[in-house]
Write a protein that binds this ligand. Structure first.
Ligand SMILES: NC(=O)c1ccc[n+]([C@@H]2O[C@H](COP(=O)([O-])OP(=O)(O)OC[C@H]3O[C@@H](n4cnc5c(N)ncnc54)[C@H](O)[C@@H]3O)[C@@H](O)[C@H]2O)c1
Ligand SMILES: CC(C)[C@H](C(=O)O)[C@@H](O)C(=O)O
Ligand SMILES: [Mg+2]
Length: 369
């Protein structure tokens, strides 16, 4: 039976990197190893330009009916001044919320070949393999009120509200504890319990869960500012990092540089399986639409292709193919084929050549298997 995936390439480099994920899907289908059936739709600024909305009801309904979305990136300066609720990023947040994709997994892995590409010293990042578990449907991104109001004196006040209830913290902490248990058994929970009530509750809930349910997982609590510093100081100290929506967003961009480039980091946004075991999921690179390089054909497609790898793993349970794709990415990089963001002093290749090198390496991996 075909496995259906909705492609939402979005804006800027979204379409360019999605093209390479599609090439990998076409290759896998040709080999007969998968039968992935794709449909595409508009999202973000391109959807706004066409339909007047960054995420139309029809697109949302399609995403919900399909249940599995491969997403590029949205946003760009040309949409920075559209009404707030019509911004590409706000449409995208609605998609995450309506699909209830509360668990955002953001692995940061530095393949040996890329240790020299990081802005950190090679010995600090060589062999890096950490996982950020970011809460994705709560916190200050969604808390109400969220507004700019004009006060009596005519001056404006902006309000964003950080809010977490215990259930929201518990369900994301379960994901992080379970993952830590399957990995090296170490969890760093991140908040600002020194100044924020939500941080205080976060720390209490996570501590209690460790005590009652996961005593075998080694838990440390870190204040978010310290965590950002530690990620730059000694990133390999981490196994799994658990963070709220905003801190997780920021820490994953920091972790990206330890892995070499923002163009390297994939992600999976997962819901809770329904009664039939169906898992709503969206896979996307951690990076944005990169307007500074869009249209030049030089974007790194690895974050996008590795996001497809996460889809093979989490939505299709094809761990064999996901592993083969991870190995193919590492092998292609090891031959020196690199896009400009990770090329260092070497001669960079473009987006399409990088994708082609990964597909060639994947063919070899599958033949050897
Ligand atoms: N998930 C998303 O759709 C998403 C994520 C982040 C930002 N955004 C949006 O993207 C727009 C641009 O935001 P930004 O510039 O702050 O962040 P960005 O992630 O788009 O780019 C930051 C920097 O990283 C580089 N970069 C990003 N991806 C790359 C890749 N694949 N290969 C090579 N270099 C890459 C860019 O060239 C840029 O210099 C904004 O509108 C923002 O809201 C969207
Ligand atoms: C585009 C934006 C809504 C998004 C976020 O802040 O969650 C992005 O930065 C990300 O990391 O996925
Ligand atoms: Mg981000």
């Amino acid at each position: 039976m075909p496995f259906d995936v909705l492609l939402l390439p979005g804006d800027g480099i979204g379409g360019e990197v999605m093209g390479q994920a599609e090439a990998v899907i076409a290759f896998l289908n040709r080999t007969g190893l998968t039968d992935i059936r794709t449909e595409a739709d508009l999202a973000g600024g391109t959807a706004y330009d066409r339909h007047g909305h960054p995420l139309g009801d029809a697109t949302l309904a399609r995403a919900q009916a399909c249940g599995t979305v491969l997403f590029g990136a949205v946003g760009g300066e040309q949409w920075d001044h559209v009404p707030y609720h019509l911004r590409p990023e706000i449409g995208f947040m609605r998609l995450r919320k309506e699909m209830d994709l509360f668990a955002n997994l953001r692995p940061a892995v530095c393949p040996p070949a890329l240790a020299g590409a990081s802005s950190l010293k090679p010995e600090l990042v060589d062999g890096l393999d950490l996982m950020i578990v970011r809460e994705l449907t709560g916190g200050v991104y969604f808390g109400e009120p969220k507004e700019i109001v004009t006060q009596e004196n005519g001056r404006r006040r902006a309000v964003d509200t950080q809010v977490y209830d215990e259930d929201e913290i518990e369900r994301i902490a379960y994901v992080a504890f379970r993952l830590a248990g399957e990995r090296q058994g170490r969890l760093a929970s991140v908040e600002k319990s020194n100044v924020m009530k939500s941080g205080l509750l976060w720390r209490q809930v996570v501590s209690r869960m460790q005590h009652d349910l996961y005593p075998q997982v080694e838990l440390v609590h870190l204040l978010a500012d310290n965590c950002a510093m530690q990620l730059v100081r000694r990133p390999k100290q981490f196994d799994v990092i658990l963070a709220d929506n905003l801190f997780g967003d920021m820490l994953s961009d920091v972790a990206a540089m330890a892995a070499g480039s923002l163009g390297m980091l994939p992600s999976a946004s997962l819901g809770a399986p329904d009664a039939q075991g169906r898992l709503a999921a969206l896979y996307e690179p951690v990076h944005g639409s990169a307007p500074d390089i869009a249209g030049k054909g030089i974007a790194n497609p690895i974050a996008m292709i590795a996001s497809l790898g996460m889809l093979l793993r989490h939505s299709m349970a094809r761990h064999d193919l996901a592993d083969a794709l991870d190995r193919a990415i590492a092998a292609a990089l090891a031959t020196g084929t690199r896009t400009a963001d990770v090329a260092g002093a070497g001669t960079p290749v473009g987006t399409t050549a990088m994708g082609a090198a990964i597909i060639a390496a994947l063919a070899e991996e599958l033949e050897a298997a």
